[in-house]
Design a protein. Sequence first.
Length: 195
Amino acid sequence: MKVENYIDQNIKRDRDLLFKIDSFCSQYTGNSSEYRIRNILKSKFDFVDDRLIENFENNPYNLANEIIMRYSRNEKVVKYHLASQFISNDDEVSVFEMKVLNSRSDYVRINGSSYVYEIKTENDTTLRLDSQIKDYEKVFEYINVVVHDKHYDKVQKMLPGKVGIITYTLSNGKFEYSVRKIAAYNKRCTKKSYY
């Protein structure tokens, strides 16, 4: 049986399972021994046993990565799915975590025009978003905010008209993105502000 079947079945009966996955992510590192990962998996998730791990080539890293990439709500996973499923393109340069004046952008694409993406997961607040957008306006031609559906109503009221909004949801282990508002060209961009 695939891990998503185990998790999907267990999510229905264990409302705290997503919090357990987030907690697991904070403890998991690729440098941990297989023994440690196996024990963390078993302690966090009652559906994990040696038989399930055997289904993943007897490698607890494979199971851990499957759980994280399908069900984690942390920003790194959202960035990965955004880059690989939504905006990945061989004809452009992409940068993660780029310092921009007093902010740090989550994702930047350059392909003749410059695009910035600021991600706000369901676990984030939007407190710094206004100052981040002001920094991005000085540098990028197109500004996008990627938010979990729970933040959509709030950010659409607070963002300038030129800022694009992309929402995402995590449903049955799949990230789904929806462009709610297309970013307009930012006339305030000077580019020199960054250099």
